[in-house]
Design a protein around this ligand. Structure first.
Ligand code: ATP
Ligand code: MG
Length: 653
C-alpha cells in the first residue's frame, strides 16, 4: 500500500520531563528487559506493585498452555489493593467523584469508600449468604453503588458479572443463566436527560424464565420510582445497608481465582463470558493507569465509559483505585443539557486526564464544534481514546480544540480479553501519528504476523497477535474451555506453538508503528477470492459523497458470495438524483483502487449504520438484512435500535 507519510506529533516537553516514562530510550530499555528476562521483568513489577498477603512461588506456569497461570501460590485481595492499603496516606483523598445526570454531586473519600464497600460486603455475606466463588450479576446505572458492589464482591471473593444497563431482559437473562448467578444487584432505575428510566422491571422480566439459580435481588433506590416488589426475593439496599458493620475481613484469594466475568459486546457472534483472574489483572490495570495516563497524586481522572464494559471495569474502577487515584463517575450523557456538558465538567473538576471513545468525540464535534471554547480546559494533560480507530477530523479537533495542542492523545488498542491496554502511545515518550495505536506497551509482545508466525512486509496487513502470555489475559471462557482455545489459539502459530490471535488485522509501517485495520474475520469470498471488508470499505470511502460505509457478503448461488454495501452520505443533498448513478461511480472507485473483482453487486444508501454503543458496526445485522431475513438477534445493545427498521425500509424499498 502506498500511503503518504503521516505527520508526527511529539510529546509536550514540560510534560515529558515529569512523566513516568520520559522518552523512547526508557521505553526501549523496559522492552529489552522484558525480552531478555520475561519472568524476571514481571516478577519485579508484581513484587513492587501488589500488596501480597502471601508471596507467590512461581511467576508463570505454562505447563497447561494456553491455560496460563501467573504468580502461582500468591494470595491477595483486590479490594484491599484498591482501598485498604491507601488508608494510611490517602484516607481523606477523594476516591470517587460522582456527578449525576441532574448535576447532583458526591465526593467519596478513600475512608468512606472503605466503609461503604465493607458494609456492602457484609450485607451480601450475612443476608444473602454470598461466599467465595459465587456469581453475582450487576445490572446497574452509573452510580457509586455500582463500584461498591464490584469491590464488595472482590472483597468476598465472589465473581461479579456486570451486564450493561442498556441490555434487554433477554440479553440479561442469557447472561444470568450462563453464569448461574445466585444474586442480582440492580437499581430501581436512574436518570437520563433529566428523566427517570427504569432497570428493575427489566430484571423482573429476565427472571420470569429459567433463572432458578437466582435467590435474591438487591435493589438500590436511585430514582425512587415505583417498582414491583417480590416478597422474599427482593431487598432494599437503602433499608439494609446501615444495619451492617463497616468492617469485613478481606478474603485471601489465590492469584488465579476468578475475579470477574464480562460478556463481550457480541459484535461478532454469541457473547463470550470472558473470565479474568485476580493478581495479573489488577497488576496490569494499575501499571497501565500509571504509564498510559500518567496520573499523578493530585490529579483528577475521568473515563466516560460505562461500567458495563471492560473499559469501565479497568479504567473507572479497578485501575484508578488500585493506584490510589481520584476517578470521576458520571451518570448522564455528555450531550445533555447541551454538547458542552463534558467540557463544563472538565473545567469544574479540573480534569487532568480524559478518556473516551472516537464515536463520542465525533458526536461532540458534530453537535458542539465551538462548545469547548466556552470553557477553561487548561487542566488537561492527557487525552485518551478506545474502541475503534479514530478518524483524522475527529483526531484533529480533539487534539487542537480539547487538548489545546499540548496534550498527547493516547489511542489505546485492547479488548475485553486483554484486561488492559496492549498497544498505546506513552504520553511523555511516544511521537504520535494520528489514527495509529503506535507501539506495544513495555512487556507486551504484540506482533503483526501471518498464520505461521512470519513477520509481514512493511505496509502489508497481517494478524495482530500477542505471542507471549501476559498477566491480565483472559483465563478462559466461562463454562466453555474448548471455545476459549478455538476462539483465540486456533488461527496463528509462532515457532510451531499456538499464540493468542486478537481477531484484528493490523499493519506495521516503515517506522514500526502499528495501525489497526479492523477485524480479519470480516472476509467476503467472491468466486474463490477472499477479500477483507475493511479494504473494500476504505476504497468506497474515497468517493467524495460517502461519510460511512459497511460492506457484507450476501450468499450467491454462482459466486458463493456477492458484495453488498450500505453507504451513508455526507449530506442528504448528496443523494442527488439516482442511487444507480452513485452506485456506478462508487464501483468505478473500487475498480480503480482494488480491481473489478471487488465491485459491489448492491449498493444501498441508508440513513445510518447499526452501531453498538462503543461505535462498532454490527455486521451480522447487516448480513441478515441483505439476505432479507427477519431480525431475530437482540438489537438492544445498539446505540439506536430504530435504525434497523429504517435500513430495512431502504433495502426493501
Ligand atoms: P465481540 O468480541 O463480542 O465481537 P467486541 O470485540 O466489540 O465484541 P470489545 O472487547 O469491547 O468487544 O472490543 C475490542 C475490539 O475493539 C478490538 O478487538 C478492536 O477491534 C476494537 N478496538 C479497540 N480499541 C481500538 C483502537 N484503539 N483502535 C482500533 N480498534 C480498536
Ligand atoms: Mg472482540
Amino acid at each position: 500500500m502506498s500511503e503518504e507519510k503521516k505527520p508526527v506529533f511529539y510529546p509536550n516537553r514540560e510534560f515529558a520531563k515529569q512523566a513516568r516514562i520520559k522518552n523512547m530510550c526508557e521505553y526501549h530499555d523496559l522492552m529489552n528487559w522484558a525480552k531478555e528476562d520475561y519472568e524476571g521483568y514481571w516478577d519485579h513489577w508484581a513484587k513492587e506493585k501488589i500488596d501480597w498477603f502471601e508471596p507467590y512461588t512461581q511467576v508463570l506456569d505454562e505447563s497447561n498452555a494456553p491455560f496460563y497461570k501467573w504468580f502461582v501460590g500468591g494470595k491477595l485481595n483486590v479490594s484491599y489493593q484498591c482501598i485498604d492499603r491507601h488508608l494510611e496516606v490517602r484516607k481523606n483523598k477523594a476516591a470517587i467523584i460522582f456527578e449525576g445526570d441532574r448535576g447532583d454531586k458526591q465526593i467519596i473519600t478513600y475512608l468512606e469508600l472503605y466503609r461503604n464497600v465493607n458494609r456492602f460486603a457484609n450485607l451480601l455475606k450475612n443476608k444473602f449468604g454470598v461466599k467465595k466463588g459465587d456469581r453475582v450479576v450487576l445490572y446497574m446505572p452509573m452510580i457509586p453503588e455500582a463500584a461498591y458492589a464490584m469491590l464488595a464482591c472482590a472483597r468476598l471473593g465472589a465473581i461479579h458479572s456486570v451486564v450493561f444497563g442498556g441490555f434487554s431482559a433477554e440479553a440479561l437473562r442469557d447472561r444470568i443463566i450462563d453464569a448461574e448467578a445466585k444474586v442480582v444487584i440492580t437499581a430501581d432505575g436512574a436518570f437520563r436527560k433529566d428523566k427517570p428510566y427504569m432497570l428493575k422491571p427489566v430484571v423482573d422480566t429476565a427472571l420470569e424464565e429459567g433463572c432458578d439459580c437466582v435467590e435474591k435481588v438487591l435493589v438500590v433506590q436511585r430514582n425512587h420510582e415505583d417498582v414491583v416488589w417480590i416478597e422474599g426475593r427482593d431487598y432494599s439496599y437503602n433499608e439494609l445497608i446501615d444495619l451492617d458493620s463497616d468492617n469485613c475481613e478481606p478474603e485471601a484469594m489465590e492469584s488465579e481465582d476468578p475475579l470477574f466475568l464480562l460478556y463481550t459486546s457480541g459484535s461478532t457472534g454469541k457473547p463470550k463470558g470472558v473470565q479474568h483472574a485476580q493478581a495479573g489483572y489488577i497488576l496490569w490495570a494499575q501499571m497501565t493507569m500509571e504509564w498510559v495516563f500518567d496520573v499523578k497524586e493530585n490529579d483528577t481522572y475521568w473515563c466516560t465509559a460505562d461500567i458495563g464494559w471492560i473499559t469501565g471495569h479497568t479504567y473507572i474502577v479497578y485501575g484508578p483505585l488500585a493506584m490510589g487515584a481520584t476517578t470521576v463517575m458520571f451518570e448522564g450523557v455528555p450531550t445533555y443539557p447541551d454538547a458542552g456538558r463534558a467540557w463544563k465538567m472538565v473545567e469544574e473538576y479540573k480534569i487532568n486526564q480524559f478518556y473516551t471513545a472516537p464515536t463520542a468525540i465525533r458526536v461532540l464535534h458534530k453537535m458542539g464544534e465551538h462548545e469547548p471554547e466556552k470553557y477553561d480546559l487548561s487542566s488537561l494533560k492527557v487525552l485518551g481514546t478506545v474502541g475503534e480507530p479514530i478518524d483524522p477530523p475527529a483526531w484533529k479537533w480533539y487534539y487542537e480544540k480539547i487538548g489545546g495542542g499540548r496534550c498527547s492523545i493516547v489511542d489505546t488498542w485492547w479488548q475485553t480479553e486483554t484486561g488492559g491496554h496492549m498497544i498505546s502511545p506513552l504520553p511523555g515518550a511516544t511521537p504520535i501519528k494520528p489514527g495509529c495505536a503506535t507501539f506495544p506497551l513495555p512487556g507486551i509482545m504484540a506482533e503483526v504476523i501471518d498464520r505461521d508466525g512470519n513477520p509481514l512486509e512493511t505496509g502489508e496487513q497481517g494478524l495482530l497477535c500477542i505471542t507471549k502470555p501476559w498477566p491480565s489475559m483472559i483465563r478462559t471462557i466461562w463454562n466453555d474451555p474448548d471455545r476459549f482455545v478455538k476462539s483465540y489459539f486456533g488461527d496463528a502459530k509462532k515457532d510451531g506453538k499456538p499464540v493468542y490471535f486478537s481477531g484484528d488485522g493490523a499493519i506495521v509501517d516503515e517506522d514500526g508503528y502499528i495501525t489497526i485495520t479492523g477485524r480479519v474475520d470480516d472476509v467476503i469470498n467472491v468466486s474463490g477470492h477472499r477479500m477483507g471488508t475493511a479494504e473494500i470499505e476504505a476504497a468506497i470511502k474515497k468517493h467524495p459523497h460517502v461519510a460511512e460505509v459497511a460492506v457484507v457478503g450476501k450468499p450467491d448461488e454462482i459466486k458463493g458470495e456477492s458484495i453488498f454495501a450500505y453507504v451513508v452520505l455526507k449530506d442528504v443533498e448528496d443523494s442527488f438524483g439516482e442511487e444507480a448513478e452513485l452506485a456506478k461511480e462508487i464501483n468505478q472507485v473500487i475498480a480503480k483502487e482494488i480491481g473489478n473483482i471487488a465491485k459491489c453487486d448492491t449498493i444501498k444508501v441508508v440513513p445510518g449504520l447499526p452501531k453498538t454503543r462503543s461505535g462498532k458496526v454490527m455486521r451480522r445485522i447487516l448480513r441478515a438484512i441483505a439476505k432479507g431475513e427477519e431480525i431475530k438477534q437482540d438489537i438492544s445493545t445498539l446505540e439506536d435500535p430504530s435504525i434497523v427498521a429504517r435500513i430495512q425500509t431502504c433495502v426493501i424499498g
